[in-house]
Design a protein around this ligand. Structure first.
Ligand code: BG6
Length: 485
């Protein structure tokens, strides 16, 4: 997958060009790729949005955001000048077909340039944009379209989007982004599992007691209240990022490290997830919503006081779930998934908790645990039981710790979007979600959302700066388990 060479010559058209995603993530990522001479010199970046800005003003906006996002040591004035010379701004209304005619005239004949349409917009614009591109003759067989999550808000809406996009673009041209797949440690999970023979024999139900996948954030909903209040943690995080992590932990080794083989294995896991319906929704799911509290010593307001949020909202900002995978490898092993905003600390991690030794020789024995921490520090650590010095057999857990940032301290850590954008330019879909994956994930999540609605199960309150509602602890405690950290 690493080519190290130059990308194809292309026009990268970013719909939603004045939005947070474009300014905070995409432009800085493209700057880094440009600086590292990955982009073909013919690449142009064209930001598209409704605001009627002259190009020069857009560049000022872009520069301000890029300076804020890029480490000072990586921001080079001369490189920025050369990069920004490749950036243009085209004001247009993505819901107006006439504007696509103007866009086609502005772009002219492709002349060997591949067109990449990056839809950093609300999902309700995906289908209209794809249709307008087709009518304007811009959706040729070489073009690629990149869709940001969320793809829809239910199985039905996601299927409708996929159907409609599929009438304009072939599946090989569609790149559905889940930025978690672009994170170094997430890819490292595959290296860890499939390049280290010693893990394979223990990576199954006869050795693993349970798995925990947690994505805890300290941030609240920031300026995204309008979107978030309609989505909630289940749609925003569980349906995509957490299920993708679960797939990478649980999937069978693919025959090759290539797009179809990897995605075939992931989709098998999604389809093997035991449905959570009826009473199980109440027994195996805990939803929460943050109240006022303190984060890093600062008072923060309750969720329902956030900007653009309904003040009697029952949207969840936290969810914990006990999931099961009905297959030979994982039968009987609970996968506990948890994500929340305004939690005590930022930590995304996967914990593989192994079973105790079959016959305990020493008292006080704990059990082995493999911790894969994705953020804030990239670490892999294996908890081993050792004897503490002195007389007697007193056992202590000690961690074998692999700090990836330290090991690779000489190498700049790539942001997820750099890797993913480069993959789009190289036409490699391995780290993107295939249509059937997105739909299988919705098919599992939909009944959970419906179950919560039917049982009028209001989210449990938890104070900002905590680890979520107490009920999330009970989910594990009733089986003698507890959340890690
Ligand atoms: C996004 C969600 O997909 O992921 C956000 O919409 C969330 O609500 C973000 O904050 C978390 O991403 P990261 O990379 O900061 O863990």
């Amino acid at each position: 997958m690493e080519s190290g060479g130059l990308t194809i010559p292309c026009d990268i058209l970013v719909f939603g060009g004045t939005g947070d995603l474009a300014l905070h993530k995409l432009l800085p990522a493209l700057y880094h790729l440009f600086r590292e001479a990955r982009l073909n010199p013919a690449v142009r970046v064209i930001a598209l949005a409704r605001r009627n800005l002259p190009r020069i003003d857009y560049l000022k906006l872009a520069e301000r955001h890029c300076r804020a996002q890029i480490a000072r040591s990586d921001f080079d004035e001369e490189v920025w000048q050369r990069f920004s010379a490749r950036v243009d701004y085209f004001p247009m209304d993505a819901s107006q077909s006439a504007d696509f005619g103007r866009l086609a005239r502005y772009l002219g004949e492709p002349g060997g340039l591949t067109r990449i349409f990056y839809l950093a917009t609300a999902p309700n614009l995906f289908v209209p944009i794809a249709n307008h591109l087709r009518i304007a003759g811009l959706a040729d067989t070489e073009a690629r379209i990149v869709l940001e999550k969320p793809i829809g808000h239910s199985l039905e809406s996601a299927t409708a989007i996929n159907e409609a996009i599929g009438t304009v673009f072939e599946e090989r041209q569609v790149f559905r982004i889940d930025h978690y797949l672009g994170k170094e440690t997430v890819q490292n999970l595959m290296a860890l599992r499939f390049a280290n023979a010693l893990l394979e024999p223990v990576w199954r139900n006869n050795q693993v007691d349970h798995v925990q996948i947690s994505v805890c954030e300290t941030l609240g909903v920031e300026n995204r209240g309008a979107y978030y209040d309609r989505a909630g943690a289940i749609r925003d995080m569980l349906q995509n990022h957490l299920l993708q992590l679960l797939c990478l932990v649980a999937m069978e080794p693919p025959a090759q490290f290539e797009a179809e083989a990897v995605r075939d294995e992931k989709v098998k896991i999604l389809r093997a997830l035991k449905p959570i319906t009826g009473q199980d929704v109440q027994d195996k799911t805990v939803r929460g919503q943050y109240g006022a509290g303190r984060i890093g010593g600062q008072e923060v307001p309750a969720y329902y006081f956030e900007k653009d949020v309904d003040n009697d909202s029952d949207t969840e900002t936290f969810v914990a779930i006990e999931a099961h995978i009905d297959n030979w490898r994982w039968a009987g092993v609970p996968f506990y998934l948890r994500t929340g905003k305004r939690m005590a600390r930022r930590a995304s991690q996967i914990v593989i908790q192994f079973k105790p030794v079959p016959h305990e020789l020493f008292s006080g024995g704990q059990v082995n645990q493999l911790l894969i921490q994705l953020q804030p520090d990239e670490r892999i650590s294996l908890r081993m039981m050792t004897k503490s010095p002195g007389k007697g057999m007193r056992l202590e857990p000690v961690d074998l710790d692999l700090n990836l940032a330290q090991v690779f301290s000489q190498t700049r850590r790539w942001e997820a979007y750099e890797r993913l954008l480069l993959d789009v330019l190289e036409g490699d879909s391995t780290l993107f979600m295939r249509r059937d994956e997105v739909e299988a994930a919705w098919a599992w999540v939909d009944p959970i959302i419906k179950g919560c609605e039917e049982h009028f199960q209001a989210p449990r309150p938890y104070p900002a700066g905590s680890f979520g509602p107490e009920q999330a602890n009970s989910l594990l405690a009733r089986h003698g388990r507890h959340w890690h950290g």
